[in-house]
Structure formats: structure tokens, C-alpha cells
Design a protein around this ligand. Sequence first.
Ligand code: CAA
Length: 258
Amino acid sequence: MSDSLVLTETRGRVGLLTLNRPKALNALNDELMDRLGEALLAFDADPGIGAMVLTGSEKAFAAGADIAAMKDYTHMDAFTGDFITRNWEALRRVRKPVIAAVAGYALGGGCELAMMCDIVIAADTARFGQPEINLGIIPGAGGTQRLPRAVGKAKAMDLVLTGRRMDAAEAERAGLVARVVPAARLLDEALEVATAIAGMSLPAVLMAKEAVNRAYESPLSEGLLFERRSFHSLFGTEDQKEGMAAFLEKRPPSFKNR
Ligand code: CAA
């Protein structure tokens, strides 16, 4: 196995990224986050790629930010060094869909990283949580903001204030996870979902992702207007003509803009 902190490979039109720091349960240090950001943005810019899968190991998607690396930080180190923002925000700039395939621990920054992805698929072994309170800190990569949006205030408060973990079934019930599959199926399931998305019309995929994300950023009236304008603009694509013609001719569509 390569000693790179993030392994990348392509499976057809899907870019697969694997966090590869197994001895530290994929603890997310600066170097790993730099590599991850570069790899995500490279796939995003690659016209041969239509969707990505981000995964970890059997035991851990990621056990959080690297505690050893940050234990001696001062306030000024964190603030002037722009801790978290400096290299964790690359995922927000990725326009193509990213699917998190989570097995084992997704704790702290690991849970936050999964929540930054567009779809979370979990193995039945997955464990999610925001245990930062046990370290005398709070989540710093969006946990207090994305978790309540995903699971509601009651459960988010419970998880953030007690640091307890929830298993895959609870995470699915709560709405954090889209699907739970047996651990042995995890990667295949995520790759199948990503492959299906990568076969769709790219403009429609990009607009669908933007529009769903807009639901979190704006009031309903603005979000609906944003959706309506995007919807209208897709009538200007060849793929809309192809998709609708294919439906009426009872054949699979062959999208040009992938
Ligand atoms: N940072 C650095 N190293 C970590 C780590 C982390 N977040 N999580 C695990 N490791 C290391 C351990 O130190 C250990 O290293 P050594 O073998 O060199 O001792 C190795 O990974 C294996 O870990 P354990 O021996 O602890 O494995 P375990 O199976 O007994 O327990 C675990 C697994 C429950 C996930 C436990 O490792 C754990 O609680 N990890 C910390 C989880 C955590 O607190 N995450 C939040 C971090 S703060 C954060 O993420 C802030 C933010 O919002 C961005």
C-alpha cells in the first residue's frame, strides 16, 4: 500500500479517495487535509470525473482532528493560523457530488467531514459522534451547525453536550445517513450510487447540488426562486431534449454533457 495520506484512483467516471492514516484511525492533521483538498479539487476539475466517493478504513472513516498535533496550540496559533478554515474548506468548493462511505468511527472532525459531503452512506459498523466536549473544546469544523440541520436540535444537543456516539441505525433514523448497508457492501454501494450520478447530465447534477445546498443558506422564497431559475435554464441544454425524448421513445437517455 502507498504511504500517501490520501489514496486516489478512478473507477470509470468516479474518483475514489481513501483516507490512509490507519494507525492513527485517520486522525485529520494538516498534511492529510492539504492532500485531501488538492485531490478533491483535482477530481472536480477533471472532465472525466462526474462524482466522487470519500472513504476511510474498516475501523475508522476518521477519528477526528489530530489531537496530538493541536494539543499545544495557543489561542493565537489557532486564530492567526486560521485553524480549520485554512485547509478544511476545500470540500465546500467542490461542485460535483461527493459521497462519504463511512465504516467504523466518524468522530469529531470525522463526523464533520462526512457531513460536508453530499450523501452519507454508512456501513452497519459506523459510529458517529462529536466527542470534543470530552477534550474541553467544542466542534470546530461545523459540528454545531451542520448536525442540528441534519438531525434536529434535540439530538444535536444530546450528542454535542454529552459526547456520546450513535450507531448507524440511529444515524439513519435521525437523518444524518442516507443508507445503511452491511460493511462488506459499503464501497460497492457507494461506487454504484456515484456511478449512477456520474452518468447523469452534469449541468443538472451541479444545479441539483447547488439548489439543495441553497435550502440551508436562504429563506424559502429565495430558495424557491433560485430553484425555479435553475430549472428554467436547464431547458437550454441538449441533455434536457435528450432526456425527455428518450423517455417518450422508451429508451435509456444518452447525455452529452457528462
Ligand atoms: N487524534 C490523534 N490520534 C488519534 C485520534 C485523534 N483524534 N484518534 C485516535 N488516535 C490514535 C490514538 O492516539 C492511538 O495512537 P497510538 O496507537 O499511537 O497510541 C491510535 O489512534 C489508535 O487509537 P486508540 O488506541 O484510542 O483506539 P481505540 O480502538 O481504543 O479507540 C477511539 C478508538 C474511540 C476512536 C479513540 O481513539 C478516540 O476516542 N479517539 C479520539 C476521538 C476524538 O476525540 N475526536 C475528536 C477530536 S477533536 C476534533 O475533531 C475537533 C474538530 O471539531 C475539528
